[in-house]
Design a protein around this ligand. Structure first.
Ligand SMILES: CSC[C@H]1O[C@H](OP(=O)(O)O)[C@H](O)[C@@H]1O
Length: 367
């Protein structure tokens, strides 16, 4: 694929932007993918909250970008006569959106950054502040594109080191840390898309997508993206990753993250920690693609990361003709798990590749 066709691909799957009148968010409803590509507009705080909660828009960076645009849209409607009233409305909207999901730190990072922007400009008029908030959300979105590019370039360097004549590089990934989870290149998918921009063919890579039960972001979203980009793609059940690694088909693993603790432990979609343990067993390099906005230096270790527990029906009802488990059983449905820092080969940030000891590495890149 040349740059033009890569850009065309991105236009098809880009989510998390504003409508032309800037009065609503314009997103792809990811709960309908891959069968239906439907764009929806979110204009009220309730619609934005529900879309984040139900994963119509999802993925740590995309949640952060959407929350930032959401705050700009909601603030633009304020009829407050003075700053204190305007700020009081802002705080209420911020707290409401912050209650949508607890794990991805980008949500809180983006909301706090929008609040800081507002306070830094408190002496300006309300119309000026409203415009500044839109501009700050645009900056967050544009920064995310560059962050993903930087992560992609570093990841592409790792792919080049693995490339052997006549054989695709086997890449395993989990959940969706792609375009649909960010402002453009994705994080775990960024190395693949940057490879295409550098002239690699889709057959130079073979991406294996963990289906990622129970919400199937890997089967539904990552394979949709990566196959649309012309890359050789295989979907496999989560419990098949070990056999792929044993067969020597996986050369490297890239995953995203939702919150990285100071010591390098990180939360990512449920199933990530098991994949890391299997990778360690087979000696396969395991890389976390981590925007610095997802690294939370205030959280000492993975034990302090709040893990979202989701609706049991996502396990027992979704995707099945009829309920797949008896009514009288408990259902365990954590959205994320924590992977120990000892299982990570490296953490690819936009400021460089970090290796253990991670706290030192994070401080070296200015966190
Ligand atoms: C680029 S971060 C994507 C990250 O977010 C996903 O979680 P969810 O689909 O629940 O928003 C998953 O953990 C991905 O790795």
């Amino acid at each position: 694929m040349n740059n033009a066709s890569v850009e065309k691909f991105f236009d098809k799957v880009l989510t998390g932007r504003l409508t032309p009148d800037r009065q609503a968010l314009d997103i792809i409803d990811q709960t309908l993918l891959p069968g239906t590509v439907k764009r929806i507009n979110l204009s009220t705080k309730e619609e934005i909250w529900e879309a984040i909660k139900k994963l119509r828009v999802r993925g740590a960076p995309a949640i952060g970008v959407s929350a930032a645009y959401g705050m700009a849209v909601l603030s633009s409607r304020s009829q407050a006569a003075d700053f204190d009233s305007f700020y009081s409305e802002f705080k209420a909207n911020k707290e409401y959106l912050a209650s949508s999901r607890p794990t991805a730190v980008n949500l809180f990072w983006a909301l706090n950054r929008m609040e800081k922007t507002l306070l830094d400009n408190r002496t300006k008029s309300i119309p000026e502040i409203q415009e500044i908030l839109y501009h700050e959300a645009d900056k967050i979105q544009a920064e995310d594109v560059q962050i993903s590019r930087n992560i992609g370039e570093i990841g592409f360097g790792l792919l080049k080191d693995l490339k052997k004549e006549g054989r695709p590089v086997g890449i395993e990934t989990h959940c969706n840390a792609g375009t649909l989870a960010t402002a453009k290149y994705g994080t775990a998918t960024a190395p693949m898309y940057i490879a295409l921009e550098h002239g690699w063919k889709g057959t130079d890579m073979h991406v294996y997508c963990d289906e990622t039960r129970p919400l199937l972001q890997g089967a539904r979203l990552t394979s949709f993206e990566v196959a649309s980009a012309g890359i050789t793609t295989t979907v496999q059940c989560d419990n098949m990753a070990s056999s792929l690694m044993r067969a020597g088909l996986i050369d490297i693993i890239f995953v995203g993250c939702d919150r990285v603790a100071r010591n390098g432990d990180f939360a990512n979609k449920i199933g990530t920690s098991g994949l890391a343990i299997i990778a360690k067993h087979y000696g396969i390099p395991f890389y976390v693609c981590a925007p610095s906005s997802t690294i939370d230096m205030e959280t000492p270790s993975g034990s302090q990361i709040p893990i979202e527990m989701r609706d049991p029906d996502e396990v027992t009802e979704m995707w099945y003709q009829e309920r797949m488990a008896p009514e009288n059983v408990n259902v365990y449905n954590p959205a994320f798990d924590v992977t120990d820092h000892s299982l990570i080969t490296g953490m690819i940030t936009e400021k460089g590749l970090c290796t253990a000891p991670f706290e030192d590495a994070f401080r070296k890149i200015g966190l």
